[in-house]
Structure formats: C-alpha cells, structure tokens
Ligand binder design. Structure first.
Ligand code: S3P
Length: 173
C-alpha cells in the first residue's frame, strides 16, 4: 500500500508521515526531498533558476515514479502536487494508494508558515502575518477542490501529531 499524505504547506504531512512510517515499519518518502535529491538542487533554487513550470513538470515525473513503488511507503507530497496537471487523478486511480487529506485551519497554517516561509518560494516574499493570512485564505480556497477529493480527510487542529497518526491507522486497518 502507498499512503499519500495531502494538504496545504505546513499542514504536518512530513512530520505525521514520519511518525506513521515508524509505527507501520515502512519507508517514508517526502516528494520535495526526493526532487531535491534527484535534481541536486533545493526547491527554492529550482524555482529561482528554472521556474515553477519546470518544477511542476519534475514534480509530476517523480510522483509517477514513486506511485509505482511495490513496497509499502508513506508518501508526503507538496502542497501544490494534487492541484497540477493530472496528479490528483494519478493518485486516485492507483489501486494501491490511500489518499489522506490533513485538514488544518487557516490560523494554524499561518502560525506555522510565518517563521518557515523563507524555504517556500510561493510565500517567501510575503512580509506580514495579515498579508500571509489573506494569501493562504485565497490559495487554500482554490486548492481545497483538489484536496477534498482525497479518500480520507482528517481534521488536525487541536490534535497531537501522534494522535493524528493513530487516527489514520485506526481508519486504515
Ligand atoms: C508548494 C509546496 C511545497 C513545495 C513547493 C510548492 C506548493 O511543499 O512543493 O514549495 O505549491 O504548495 P510543502 O507543502 O511540503 O511545503
């Protein structure tokens, strides 16, 4: 089985994915890290030197590659991954995949993102929390259409990462 974790930037996909992988004794793969390794450049540098369109093409290419995995993996995708090209369709059509949307509120996302925005090219230019709140609100509104297609949806606010991982396991097994 491939468990694909979906959600906005800073929704906890990677940290919850790591906990899940430990609990289920399987491999954890973060799509952004995978892209960075393969491309030998950080996501920020790829956006800067080659542009977002190039990044999105590579994202789809590596997503396809990872979705062919025959072993059990937990795959955390980027916040934009389900929203470009046929990526969500690829995730949903794959019989081995369980897609899980980690749903976090806008204030939670903004709180977590504000200090870590420099690593995220789409928001690194935003200077105030108010402006970030406005951006995330609009951006999430466009993206939930894709996120909501996930087979399983988990509300994450007010829950520890460990509790969320346990909740996912109890739904899946
Ligand atoms: C992006 C999210 C990032 C990364 C890139 C673009 C997005 O991943 O793929 O900066 O479009 O939301 P995280 O969701 O892991 O931050």
């Amino acid at each position: 089985m491939i468990i694909v974790l979906i959600g906005y930037m800073a929704s906890g996909k990677s940290s919850i994915g790591k906990i899940l992988a430990k609990k289920l004794s399987c491999e954890f793969v973060d799509l952004d890290d995978f892209i960075e390794n393969e491309e030998k450049a950080s996501v920020t540098d790829i956006f800067k030197s080659k542009g977002e369109i190039y990044f999105r093409k590579q994202e789809t290419r590596y997503l396809k590659q990872l979705l062919q995995a025959e072993s059990n993996i937990i795959l955390s995708v980027g916040g934009g991954t389900p929203c470009f090209g046929e990526n969500m369709k690829l995730i949903l059509e794959n019989e081995n995949v369980k897609s899980i949307y980690l749903k976090a509120s806008i204030p939670k996302l903004v709180k977590r993102l504000f200090d870590k925005k420099s690593k995220r090219p789409l928001i690194s230019h935003i200077e105030t929390k108010e402006a970030l709140t406005e951006f995330v609100g609009k951006h999430l509104f466009e993206r939930v259409y894709f996120y909501n297609q996930s087979e399983i949806q988990i509300i994450t606010d007010k829950k520890s990462k460990n509790k969320i991982a346990k909740e996912i396991i109890s739904i899946l097994f």
